[in-house]
Design a protein around this ligand. Structure first.
Ligand code: SF4
Ligand code: SF4
Length: 135
């Protein structure tokens, strides 16, 4: 299964158009909305994970969006965790709504990168400052 994580920026005139619906219907893409900030009449931002059996289908769907005036950037930020300095206090798990951070066996921190939506809430929640955003 091919996957791509992208940041979409919609101009104000597009925020009320059902473009993501067309990604599903016309390009057969599965869409996971990781983050959304859309106000009708203003510029909107969506962070999506797109998947399909064929990478070409994903590219075709993204081309469709670009043709309609949507700006697309890869989701290039990621979270870095210095595990050797983590004290497994669990503070970061309390703010991680995506479930990327959790306490596992023997209450040790587990980081599932695939679930991280780079909301950055854990960065300030960590008393040891061992979580950083990397660009
Ligand atoms: S940035 Fe931190 S809090 Fe946000 S989803 Fe990723 S791991 Fe969880
Ligand atoms: S808040 Fe920091 S020290 Fe505590 S478990 Fe999370 S990463 Fe480790």
């Amino acid at each position: 299964m091919a996957k791509k994580r992208v940041v979409l920026t919609f101009p104000p005139e597009l925020t009320e158009k059902p473009l993501t619906y067309h990604l599903v219907k016309d390009f057969d893409l599965a869409i996971n909305i990781l983050k959304a900030k859309i106000t009708p009449g203003e510029e909107g931002t969506l962070v999506l994970e797109l998947s399909n059996g064929s990478p070409q289908k994903i590219d075709e769907g993204l081309d469709f969006l670009v043709r309609h005036g949507v700006a697309i950037e890869p989701l290039s930020k990621r979270i870095s965790l210095q595990e050797e300095e983590c004290i497994h206090c669990g503070s970061c798990t309390a703010v991680c709504k995506s479930g990327a951070l959790s306490l596992g066996e023997e209450n040790r921190l587990v980081f599932d990168r695939d679930k991280c939506i780079v909301c950055e809430l854990c960065v300030t929640a960590c008393p040891m400052r061992v979580i950083k955003v990397i660009f």
